[in-house]
Ligand binder design. Structure first.
Ligand code: ZN
Ligand code: ZN
Length: 388
């Protein structure tokens, strides 16, 4: 039985020594194997993973490797478990941990960082200067679960206490997996200055971060919030999450003119770019007014041409964000706890953990209009209880 030295456990939450875990083989290949249940160290807990959502970045990692970085290189054939948007229950405490208790439900953010570099000290742990340096004689202790350390497509994982967000019992497992997505949108708005009440915001791209970007901007008081995209079904969800206007760029080829018209002929104050479309950055800098701010939250797949002179002449600010820094997940969870928006509108499917390849196919091919697909280790058990 699991009883590592110095680790606090409870008979109410017995932990096995071994667990089921998906590991990445060659590109696109996932294998279900048995792994040891990891042991929390100082400032860490062991989380029993109750639900994990699939993110577009998981698909990037599984099929192309980057931005995961395992032992200094691509993550293939290294017994690496991907998955990073998970929630669960604390079942063991590392030495000295009293910030959380066994049995507590938590959701997680991804990046613990190294905790010792300049950026980590500034709260920018998603841009840790020691990213991926957690092995061999270069070990800086960096953790970004599902990127540089084992992630959540398994039953148990260790997490630094700084990556945990306590959640209320009323919040469902599925909703809790979406806190980090809303947290990423919140981080983008934080970096833009955060004071968006009464300011105009465009979100480009109705993926999960874009849709929750609309919700968070609206919850922060932005007016109007305009969402642009190519699919009417996603734009409709954007309206339900608080968008004042939507623009389908298939029907409105001049999206910059369409946005300006919706805002009284002026440009908007802020754009959050979540589409990764080739033309999106240049469109964004033309959508904002003079002195406006653009946040790039999507990873474009190629270099894109941008009218840099327009940016300089008009004093436009362009920010890149990586993930969910500056504890933005806690502010996002506070909005969700207050029911300021219903993040579950973007959750579409749930599968058992053993069916992860099916779940990934639904997310990748958008089968049945899938947006957020969740897998649950205890799904069969949950259903059995519900039927009794
Ligand atoms: Zn993600
Ligand atoms: Zn660091």
């Amino acid at each position: 039985m699991y009883a590592p030295a110095g680790v606090k456990i409870s008979k109410d939450f017995p932990v096995p020594d071994r667990q089921r875990a998906w590991v990445l083989g060659s590109p696109g290949e996932l294998k279900l194997v048995e792994k040891a249940v990891p042991v929390p160290k100082k400032a860490e807990v062991l989380v029993r993973i109750d639900a994990v959502a699939i993110c577009a970045t998981d698909l990037e990692i599984i099929y192309h490797g980057s931005p995961a970085l395992i032992e200094g290189g691509l993550p293939f054939n290294k017994n690496f478990t991907p998955g990073h948007e998970y929630m669960g229950t604390v079942v063991a405490l590392g030495p000295g941990v009293d910030e959380y208790r066994i049995g507590q439900r938590v959701t997680v953010e991804i990046h613990a960082g190294c905790g010792q570099c300049k950026r980590c000290r500034e709260g920018m742990y998603t841009s840790c200067l020691n990213y991926g340096l957690n092995y061999g004689d270069v070990d800086k202790g960096h953790r970004a679960n599902g990127f540089t350390t084992d992630g959540g497509f398994c039953e148990y994982q260790v997490n630094n206490i700084n990556t945990l967000i306590a959640i209320e019992d009323k919040m469902s497992d599925e909703e809790a997996t979406l806190v980090v997505t809303a947290g990423t949108a919140m981080y983008g708005l934080t970096e833009l200055g955060g004071l968006v009440a009464g300011e105009s915001v465009v979100v480009t791209g109705p993926g999960p971060i874009g849709l929750l970007g609309v919700a968070v901007a609206k919850a922060l008081g932005a007016q109007p919030v305009i969402l642009t995209g190519t699919r009417d079904n996603r734009l409709k969800i954007g309206l339900e999450l608080g968008a004042d206007h939507v623009v389908n760029i298939r029907k409105e080829p001049d999206v910059v003119a369409a946005v300006k018209q919706l805002n009284g002929g002026k440009g908007v104050d802020y754009v959050i770019e979540c589409s990764a479309a080739t033309s999106a950055v240049n469109d964004a800098v033309h959508m904002v007014n003079r002195g406006g701010k653009v946040c790039l939250a999507a990873f474009a797949h190629e270099q894109v041409p941008v009218d840099v002179a327009h940016i300089a002449r008009n004093n436009i600010y362009v920010y890149g964000i990586r993930g969910e820094g500056k504890s933005a997940t806690h502010r996002a969870e506070a909005f969700m706890r207050q029911k300021r928006f219903d993040a579950t509108k973007i959750h579409t499917h749930t599968f058992p953990l053993d069916d992860l390849p099916t779940a990934i196919r639904y997310a990748k091919d958008r089968v049945d209009d899938a947006i957020k697909v969740v897998v649950k280790a205890k799904m069969n058990a949950v259903h059995k209880v519900a039927a009794e």
